[in-house]
Design a protein around this ligand. Structure first.
Ligand code: ZN
Length: 273
């Protein structure tokens, strides 16, 4: 049964990944994500469903359009595979639980934002703003997700605590980056933090609560600095989109955040006594 659901999550992930590919291409161009159906980017011919099956069509058609033989970007394969892999990993970690279903839309949104930010240096509000609301709603419906890492506190999770914890997480995330942007602008005399990043971290905060959001900030700053320094040395590039690192930090926090924070607290308590 586990194998069956595991395979099902992987296939479901690949289908969602396929849809994310459409959104990654169309959202920044302000095209509808529903109509028309998938089209070849070279010849604009409609892509039939049998040529649009995740992985399989890509391999069968040898990365080429059936009509014009134009090369299909391997990005499509990557996004499908990444989404499928993360969905499967979430299932293996959480089983079929409310947490599993709450994190699915979160990671899908993060994958979407990552690739749009890489390509266009924007983080669309149509993803982050509904994302913030969804995070708050789901945390209210299932408050346990917000006190996952707070289980050492005796307070039980209620709808109200889930709601406030989520709103507070969104506030902490948004406010921290907003402040970073204001201070950065004063020091660097230029824009260092986009408004999209602020809303993205607010969305992450609404899903993860303030503790995991703090960890996300730490992890993304670390990953962003390492990559930023390498990029600067290699290409003299000084601007990098920050969204992908926030997304990476958030996914890392979903999988290992609880373990990291508990390890840290145990160490802190032992160090203090
Ligand atoms: Zn074509």
């Amino acid at each position: 049964m586990t194998i069956f659901i595991g395979v099902a999550s992987f296939i479901f992930g690949s289908v969602v990944g396929s849809f994310l590919n459409v959104c990654i291409y169309r959202l920044p161009r302000e095209e509808s994500i529903l109509t028309p159906g998938s089209r070849c980017q070279h010849c604009s011919k409609h892509i039939a469903w049998y040529d649009n099956i995740p992985f399989i069509s890509f391999i069968m058609l040898r990365r080429r359009c059936r009509h014009c033989q134009g090369i299909i970007s391997s990005r499509y394969f990557l996004v499908e595979f990444l989404t499928a892999g993360i969905f499967l990993s979430l299932f293996l970690k959480l089983g079929v639980s409310p947490e599993f279903f709450i994190y699915l839309p979160l990671v899908s949104g993060l994958i979407l934002i990552t690739f749009i930010d890489f390509d266009h240096w924007i983080i669309p509000d149509v993803v982050t703003l509904p994302g913030i609301i969804l995070g708050i709603v789901l945390s209210t419906l299932h408050p346990e997700i917000q006190r996952e890492i707070l289980h050492f506190s005796a307070v039980s999770a209620t709808r109200l605590s889930g709601f406030f914890s989520s709103v507070f997480g969104a506030f902490v995330g948004g406010f921290f980056l907003y402040l970073t942007g204001v201070i950065g602008r004063k020091i660097a005399k230029k824009e260092v933090m986009g408004g999209g990043d602020v809303k993205l971290l607010a969305m992450i905060g609404a899903f993860l609560g303030w503790q995991l959001t703090a960890l996300t900030i730490f992890l993304s700053a670390f990953a962003g600095s390492v990559v930023g320094i390498i990029a600067k040395i290699r290409k003299g590039e000084s601007y990098l989109p920050y969204g992908p690192y926030l997304a990476l930090g958030a996914v890392f926090s979903v999988f290992w955040g609880k373990a990291i924070i508990e390890w840290y607290i145990r160490h802190l308590l032992r160090g203090g006594s």
